[in-house]
Design a protein around this ligand. Structure first.
Ligand SMILES: [Zn+2]
Length: 430
């Protein structure tokens, strides 16, 4: 069959599945896979297993036993489904996380109702990222129907805990070879980055805890003690005058969106000085003492042009400067969390393939973007050593984690067409 006929057949096969795509997305939203604590992971994997077995996939269920968060009450279940084609070839893998964040306040619809209204499906996780998961399944099923003799293999995974770091999900699978270059050659993560954007990667992360120390004394005579909170105030003042301006000057060639994140950033996640504030029986009244300790957690996001050691050294230099110049200043610093920046080359096969498919379906070139925050690509890159990976999927990222989250049916359909044509370019013609 000529290529143009095959492409028409694939598009027709996707179009015929519009109602199926809606129903599948609704079914997924109606399984409340809340994280924390990690509810209904087995249920959603069982649901997907039945669906994918029906489409000819071989399904593996993998529990991340002993991973952070895993317990008998809330086991961390993952699903990996694989369908071999009729001839040897490469493997294209679609990876979606199945967990969703807490509901929060402000909803006007049932967060787990999966309501369809005016071409949108509403619910927690509809946009991030059950709509993308459903689109990838529809794309695979449509491609298989139109090209049953394809080369290579298609994999679809639904993984746990992306919203809490992915250690019981993609990291766990990557450590066990599921993303090894021998097994998988192309990865698409259908996170909600918009149907005409290809997300190449994300900035790096370094979280650290800084502690300042003081000397306890009666609050009526603070001059007899040494206030740890004032020492931390000096850290903040030094950050304001030197570190924040320096970070704002570090611009990146990474196409990070939004534009404001196209530089190094630092957030102060939390700060607490003095006696602990108990969750039970908290009166709002602090101890009548000069605080002898203060703790701050910082969240530094860094660029592909920077490295982790110099990012840390910058903060240590600031603290050392205070230790030399400020009487009584003592500090400790502790690393809490590290993610290396990841950015797939624009000439990588998966980027080029999806780019051409977007051009064909939407009639214009894609926008190449980098995410300000991280997602599971970090594990596929660092642990799986697989560089040919992008995020591409339907939905508007700004809606994720908000009340009245939704995903557009037309956007899911366009993304499914793009994914199906990408499968054809990589695996077709068997
Ligand atoms: Zn997500």
């Amino acid at each position: 069959m000529p290529q143009s006929k095959i492409i028409d057949a694939i598009i027709a096969a996707v179009d015929a599945r519009r109602d199926d795509l809606i129903g599948l997305t609704q079914d997924l939203v109606r399984i409340p896979t809340l994280n924390p604590p990690g509810l209904n992971y087995r249920e959603i994997c069982d649901f997907l297993a039945a669906r994918l077995r029906g489409a000819g996939f071989t399904v593996e269920m993998i529990r991340a036993t002993g991973a952070p968060g895993d317990s008998d009450a809330n086991p961390r279940w993952n699903l990996v489904a694989r369908r071999e084609g009729g001839a040897a070839g490469e493997c294209v893998h679609f990876n979606s996380h199945h967990d969703v964040v807490e509901v929060g306040q402000g909803w006007t619809v049932d967060p787990f109702g999966g309501e369809l209204r005016d071409g949108r499906i509403y619910g927690r996780g509809s946009c991030d990222m059950k709509g993308g998961l459903a689109a990838s399944i529809i794309a695979a099923e449509a491609f298989i129907a139109a090209c049953p003799d394809y080369r290579g293999a298609i994999e679809i995974s639904a993984t746990a805990d992306e919203e809490s770091g992915g250690f019981g999900g993609v990291a766990w699978l990557a450590e066990r070879g599921f993303f090894s270059p021998e097994r998988v050659q192309h990865v698409i993560i259908p996170e909600p980055l918009n149907k005409d954007r290809i997300c190449l990667g994300h900035r790096g992360v370094w979280w650290a805890e800084i502690k300042t120390h003081g000397r306890i004394a009666h609050g009526s005579m603070p001059f007899l003690g040494d206030c740890a909170v004032r020492h931390m105030g000096a850290v903040l003042a030094e950050m304001e005058s030197t570190l924040f301006p320096a970070l704002a000057r570090k611009r990146t060639d990474m196409p990070v969106v939004p534009e404001g994140a196209r530089q190094s950033t630092l957030n102060i996640n939390s700060i607490h000085g003095g006696a602990d504030e108990p969750e039970q029986g908290y009166t709002g009244l602090p101890a009548p003492c000069v605080p002898d300790r203060c703790r701050m957690v910082i969240d530094r996001r860094y660029l592909i042009e920077e490295n982790r050691e110099e990012v840390r050294a910058e903060v240590v230099a600031l603290l050392d400067h205070l230790a030399e110049t400020r009487p009584g200043f003592e500090y400790e610093i502790r690393d809490l969390h590290d993610v290396i920046p990841s950015m797939t080359d624009r000439n990588a096969p998966i980027v080029q393939t999806v780019s051409r498919a977007i051009g064909r379906v939407l009639g214009h070139d894609p926008e190449y973007v980098v995410s300000p925050g991280t997602y599971d690509q970090k594990h596929i890159d660092r642990i799986g050593r697989l560089k040919n990976c992008i995020a591409y999927g339907p939905g508007i990222l700004d809606l994720a984690h908000k009340p009245d989250e939704w995903v557009g049916v037309d956007d899911m359909m366009d993304s499914a067409r793009v994914m199906a044509l990408s499968l054809n370019e990589l695996l077709g013609g068997g």
